[in-house]
Design a protein around this ligand. Sequence first.
Ligand code: NAD
Length: 471
Amino acid sequence: MSDTTTTSLLDAITVPAAEGRAIPDAATGETMGHAPVHDVEHLNRAVAAARAAQPAWAALGHAERSAILHRTADEIDAHAEELARIIAQEQGKPLNGPGARFEAGGCAAWIRNAADTALDPEVVFEAPGTRSELHYGPLGVVGAIGPWNWPAMIAIWQIAPALRMGNTVVSKPSEYTPLSVLAVAELMNRHLPEGVLTVVSGGRDVGEGIAAHPDIDKVMFTGSTKTGRAIVKSSAGNLARLTLEMGGNDPGIILPGTDVKAIAENLFWGVFINTGQTCAALKRLYVHDSQYEEVVRTLADMAASMPMGPGLDESSVLGPLSTKQQFDIVSSLVEDARSRGARIVTGGEAAPELGPHFYRATVVADIDDGARLVDEEQFGPAIPVIRYTDVDDAVARANASDQGLGASVWGSDVAEAVAVAQRIEAGTVWINQHGTLNPDVPFGGVKGSGYGMEFGREGLKAVSAPKVITV
Ligand code: NAD
């Protein structure tokens, strides 16, 4: 892929320096381009355009909308390398592995899946002379508010099902990663009718404006639990429907007798995918005393040997923290662990020779619940490994959190692992893997991680107005 093509998509979405906000390359801190600066006035215009475009978009019908969505996915595939390079620079994830190319490919895959998933009317009651059917129609205008960690893919998780069901969408990316979302929307908008999808590249004020907007029917939110709570409050006035995908502090439990070598690779990626900046990454690992040192050593050896570097470097496996703020959070949680006497087995420090906010992949042992690194979401490459002796106690500690996004149980006896999984409070419990997502399989959290589900038929229902027709 030549730099000329990279520049052309970037050129299409960036504005002159005098009109925009500088967006840093996450690895170097140097400006990669300027994003437009949108405010609540832009939001109001986008919502008005979305409202005006919605009836005609809905009237096209499922088959025609799906055909258009397939064309948008083809367009993304045709420009996947340019999109991946924008994501790798702006967010920081490496091009290879489960990184920026994977994210660009995921955008197209999730669009195609939404386009091809049927949500036909269901007969819910039938008796002689009467029949009740449940039909699903569009809600109207969907406001989509996204985070910075998987910016393009998470925007698509919100946009694709909404469009598929005949809604129009106003999307607000994180202020840290507007270019990735502007880029994917630019590619889609080469095929969508005017007004059907608009990106408003604004800050928190625009997010608040979406949540409180009288003409937005549904808010899809992915981000922190704190912001989710604010959105619930702001949306009370117009009773917008909400899907809230929020933070996680996912536990993993390794059962006694597990073949550690067999799970090592899945375990590593469960923790360190996107350098730990993933909502459903494994964030606290409970290991039985009998295998504690073996697991700690295995994870530490892998962490120490993985190449870390800029996203655009083909040899990088791990990247920087996306922002200085996130770097500070990870550093302070590890320092707190150190000050409590925890053992830093590998990492535990910045890697300034790589760039301004790289932090080495870190494994922390001899740490317990109560330490901030265990109790709080680190959202970075630092995993606390906690020793347990009794499985019931490990389950109780895994559940002693106000978050409930994902969890995992690891063991050689799958039936035993499933039995433990049933006792864990989370939206998804994986066995011998963590964080793997599939567009057909519903995904969502419980407790402080939010409510509502995305993906598959459940995801389409979440952006639909149900209507019963009784004959
Ligand atoms: P954040 O809550 O700070 O920001 C998310 C978005 O909300 C941004 O676009 C921001 O501008 C906007 N926003 C901020 N204040 C707002 C307000 N008062 N009203 C409306 N919008 C507002 O989250 P972040 O730091 O971007 O993302 C990291 C968090 O997201 C982590 O906790 C992570 O676990 C979570 N996350 C969850 C999922 C999931 O699917 N459950 C996926 C990715 C990230």
